[in-house]
Structure formats: C-alpha cells, structure tokens
Write a protein of this length. Structure first.
Lengths: 248, 374
C-alpha cells in the first residue's frame, strides 16, 4: 500500500509561475486522470514530480509514503518507486535498449537480475506490447516512431514495477491500435493492485480503455474541478472552454 | 612529389626529405599554433637525441613478410614525403625501417600486429614503418603503442590496385609519453583504406593521418576516438588530398574530454583538386566536454578547386553532455555517474562498433571503459 501526496505544489520555469498550488493524493489501486487544455501545467506537474532540472519548486511538498521526493535526486525518486512515462522520450545514441533496460532494472531492484530471467521477462514484456524483438539491440528511442516510443515507455513501466506511475500524455500521437496495446499494458500494470496511476491526458479517448477512479480538471496551474469518471464524459461533451475562460 | 606539386593549401604548402627545408617551429605557424612546443622534449628543434629505449616488434601471419631494412632501401619514402619539421626530423634520424609486405592477392588468415613499447622518456626514438599491400591483397594491421617514450615516426601505407588495408592504431601510452606521428596512406586505383585511431594515453600526442590517391576509385575511411584527461594534449590532424577522379573519403573523429587543461585538437583538411571530379567526401568531428577546464579546438577545412563534386561536407560539434539524456536515464533509477558513463560509452561506442575484429574492438572498448572508471 503506497500513497503519493502532492501538497500545495508550486513550480516555476525561468521565474514564471506555472503550478499555483496543486493538491492531490494518489493511493495504490487508484487511477487518477488529470485532464486539461494545452498549457494548463499538466506536464509541468509530471516533470516537476520526477525532478527535471528545468523546473524550480517554489513551494509545497510531494510525499511518497511520507518521504519528500523533492529532497531526492532524480534517480533516487525512481528508486523510491516513482515512474514517469514521458510524452517525448529522448533518443540516446549508442545506448542499446537492452543495455539500458538492464541498467534500469538493476538500479531499481538494487541488484542485477539473473541474465536468463531478465531475458525471459524482457521477451514476454515485448511480446505483450507487440514490440519486435530486434528492438532490444537498437539504440534507445533512436528512429522509433511515436507509437514505438510510447510502447517502449510502457515496457519500462511493466519491468520496473513502480509504486506510483505518472503517465504524461502516453496516448498522444497514437493510432487506435497502438492506443489499445498501450492501454492493455497500463491495465496489466494496474491489475497488480499495489500501484497507483496518475494519467495525464488532453483527450478522453484513452479513458475508454483505462478507466479512471477519479478525474481532475487542470487549468491555470491548479486543479479546478474534481469528480468521478462521469466528469470525463462531461468534458467530452463540453470541452475545456468553461475552464479556460474562468482562468483567463 | 616535389615542393611545387603540393596543393595550394597554406597548411600543407611544403614537403621535403631535407630537414633544412623546415624551420624550427616557433608556435606562431598555423600548423603548430595549437601544439605546446615546450612539451615536445626537443623533437621539433633537433635537441632530442636518439638515445631512447623503444622496442618495435612485428607479428605477421603466414604469407606476410616483415623485414628490417637500412635507410637506403628503395621502398622507403616512396609514398610519403615529410610534411613538417618533426616528420622530417624522424625521417632523417631513424636507423632501420620496418617494411611489411602483403603479396599480391594474398588474404592472410590473421591480422598483422606491430607492438611499440617505450622504456622511458630519457632520450628520444625515431622510427619508420612501411606497409605495402600489393594489388588485390587484403590485410589488417594493428599498431599498439605502449609504455613511455619520446617518439617521432612516419608510417607509410601503400595500398595497391584493388587492395584493401584496415589499420587500427592504438596510442595507449603512459602518462608522460610524447609522440608525434604521421600516417600516410597512398591509395592506388580502386584501393580501400580503413583507419581507426584510438588515442588515450600520453602527455602529448600529435598524430597526422593523411591520404593521397594515385588512381580513380580509391576509398578511404578515417575514424578516430580519443579520451583526454587532465593535462593531456591529444592532437589529430587529418589531411585527405583528392587529386584523382571518383574517389571517396570519410572522416569521423570523436572525443571525450575531462579535467583541468585537458586539450583536444582536431584539424580536418580535405582538398579536392581540379582534376578530382566526382569526389565524394565528408568529415566530422564531435567533442564531448565533460568538465570545466577542458578545451577542444576543432577546425575543419574543405578546399574545393573543382565544380564537379559528388558530395562534399563537413561538420564539427563540441558540447556538453545532454541534460535530457541524463534526465531520462536517471528517471529510470540509474545513478548520475552511471548514466554519464552510459551516454559517453554510447557516444564513442557507436564508432568503436565499426571495428570489425572482435578482439580488437573489445580491447578498445575495454580501454575506454578504463578511462571512464578513472
């Protein structure tokens, strides 16, 4: 049982305030969707929690099981059980997928996985996400299509088994088939039961595959409305206009 | 090749066997302005006496000959004319030259290895090596420099019609070594030359690989990897002289630098002369600067004297580790130091992967790993 507690989080980029006091609690077994218009600060929330150097924390706390993640380095946060599936995974030349995944699994588990076991996990993980076996030998994200990058993010999610996963617009740029494959991966991860998911998205489409327990509407750097899955339906029908007007 | 036949380039205006044709460099010359002359231990001004201890050993597979010959041997100086003061000094000071011959159409089943081991920096050593690959033969030469030395040499690679030569030159010197070297490849019609230079050790290494063509269809690929630590000066000066039509050249040198006064110099000169129509050439240098206090000078020069080229380009980049790369790896739990190593290893490894002999590739990768662990 884990809890991610975001308390009055305030974040700036280049002295410009982006997040203006975010409060949110995600527990194991829960899936929270954060929805909002472009520029509302959704991705900033994801990257600030993960510790990207571009974002300056100007106030608040982010506690994972009582430990303030903001006091930890980026890698320490990941080892503490936080995972961020990125919207734009970077290409790292010369670092192979298999080498990268082994390094990551070793770091997060605190010991190197047995080679055969790891090979087996990797193969079944890749099969489940319809990722070609040849990917393991390719350079990290290099030349991957948008869909391939996202599947690869979910592969990492399933291999690293974090306590809390933040998925930043994992659905963006995916066709329906890829969206289904990726959603199944997220659902397999959710089905393990002892993990919480914070799913950031612009569109309601993914929520038809990955059912949220809670929906939060983000606008102007804070949560402006909260509800159950029915809130997503309302957004689908009405759009974000009422929220953007309110904060303009 | 006489004095007047060299290209117009101001960098390579003169070539001669006669030491007197070259003034002692002062450091103001374009060709010497990056090199700390005071650390050359007299290789440039005639004060470095040939009393050093450097042992050269050649190991050849069957069918390949290795001979030590006197200065008067006609095979010496046929492909290469010294192009600067230190090169001319070495040319005039060596006692015996090593001549390796791969006979016509031979395809030896193993690589040729030349080991140079220095026994200290008291006194200098001068050397000369000629590798002749006769028409349609194929060979691989691995040259390893180890130990400690003050050493200047010239190596001539003579690649015959339709022949193929792959060279790996590993400069894995001790920290106090000083090495100034010219590697010249002369490519006959349809000859292929692959050079892979790895420079890791030494206080000062200045290595000048050059290529010339004597017939059309020649193809030269010059790759290099260097890792510069605090206080080291590692300089690579490339020259590809396209004087024949329809030849290719590709240059790709990559280096990582870390520590106070780590200094890398890369000069990449490509000349495409009037008669070299249909030339296809590209040169690239990339430097990864890992800490403050390290400096990379990178100067590509492309001199095109004909309008009829198939392709000609160059690029040079020097920069820091990409924060986004490091963030991505760290966000997967990989600690900073390891993330950094992965990225650097990837950066250099992409080139090292191209070494075809597994044993040599592993050695080079191992040597880079050792640098990363320092």
């Amino acid at each position: 049982m884990s809890t991610l507690e975001i308390r009055d989080l305030q974040v700036a980029v280049d002295d410009k305030a982006i997040l203006r006091g975010v409060n949110l609690t995600v527990r194991s077994g829960e899936t929270h969707a954060i929805m909002g218009p472009n520029g509302s600060g959704k991705s900033t929330l994801a990257y600030a929690i993960a510790g990207h150097p571009k974002y300056t924390i100007t106030g608040g706390q982010v506690l994972l099981d009582g430990v303030d993640l903001l006091e930890l380095s980026v890698d320490e946060r990941a080892r503490a059980g936080l995972f961020l599936a990125m919207q734009y995974p970077v290409e790292v030349p010369g670092v192979s997928v298999s080498n990268f995944l082994r390094s990551a699994v070793t770091a997060v588990r605190g010991e190197a996985p047995k080679l055969r076991e790891f090979a087996k996990d990797l193969k079944s993980g890749m099969d489940a996400l319809s990722i070609d076996a040849a990917f393991a030998q390719r350079n990290l994200n290099e030349g991957f299509s948008g869909g391939e990058k996202k599947r690869h993010e979910i592969l990492q999610l399933e291999l690293l088994k974090p306590k809390i996963a933040v998925l930043d617009e994992t659905d963006s740029g995916l066709d329906v088939d890829a969206l289904r494959v990726v959603s199944e991966g997220i659902n397999r991860f959710r089905a393990t039961g002892d993990t919480g998911v914070l799913l950031i998205t612009h569109y309601t489409r993914i929520l038809r595959y990955v059912k949220p327990d809670f929906v939060h509407v983000f606008a102007g750097g804070r949560i402006v409305e909260e509800g159950g899955p029915e809130l997503a339906d309302k957004l689908e029908a009405e759009g974000y206009e009422q929220y953007t007007k309110a904060t303009a | 090749m006489g004095l007047n036949e060299k290209p117009l380039s101001t960098l390579h205006e003169k070539a001669s066997y006669d030491l007197a044709d070259f003034d002692v460099p002062t450091g103001r010359e374009e060709a010497w302005r990056f090199t700390p002359l005071s650390r050359l231990k007299g290789l440039h001004n005639g004060k470095a006496e040939a009393t050093g201890q450097l042992v050269v050993q050649a190991f050849t597979p069957s069918g390949v000959s290795a001979e030590w010959v006197g200065r008067e041997d006609p095979r010496i100086g046929r492909a290469y004319v010294p192009a600067d003061r230190v090169s001319a000094q070495a040319y005039n000071a060596f006692e015996k030259a090593l001549v390796i011959t791969v006979p016509k159409e031979a395809t030896p089943d193993d690589h040729i290895r030349v080991e140079l081991r220095g026994g200290g920096t008291d006194g200098a050593s001068y050397g000369h090596i000629v590798v002749v690959v006769e028409p349609l033969a194929e060979a691989v030469v691995v040259i390893e420099h180890q130990g400690s030395a003050v050493y200047a040499d010239n190596i001539e690679f003579v690649v015959g019609d339709g022949a193929s030569l792959k060279v790996v030159s590993l400069q894995d010197w001790e920290d106090d070594a000083v090495h100034v070297s010219h590697h010249h490849a002369q490519l006959a019609k349809d000859a292929t030359f692959r050079s892979f230079v790895v420079t890791l050790g030494g206080d000062l290494v200045r290595l000048s690989p050059s290529v010339s063509y004597t017939g059309p269809g020649g193809d030269a690929d010059l790759a290099g990897v260097y890792f510069v630590d605090a206080g080291q000066h590692l300089e690579h000066r490339l020259l590809v002289d396209h004087s024949q039509p329809h030849c290719k050249s590709n240059v790709d040198y990559r280096g990582a630098l870390q520590g106070e006064d780590a200094h890398a110099v890369w000069i990449g000169d490509v000349i495409i002369r009037v008669e070299a129509e249909g030339t296809d050439t590209y040169e690239l240098n990339r430097n990864l600067i890992l800490t403050d206090g390290a400096r990379a000078d990178s100067v590509p020069n492309l001199e095109i004297l004909t309008g009829e080229v198939a392709g000609a380009g160059h690029a040079s980049t020097s920069g820091r580790l990409d924060d986004e790369h490091i963030f991505y790896l760290q966000a997967r739990g990989i600690p900073f130091d390891e993330a950094r190593r992965l990225v650097i290893r990837g950066f250099l490894g992409q080139l090292i992967e191209r070494i075809e002999i597994e044993e040599i590739r592993d050695r080079v990768m191992g040597a880079v790993e050792a640098e990363l662990a320092r």
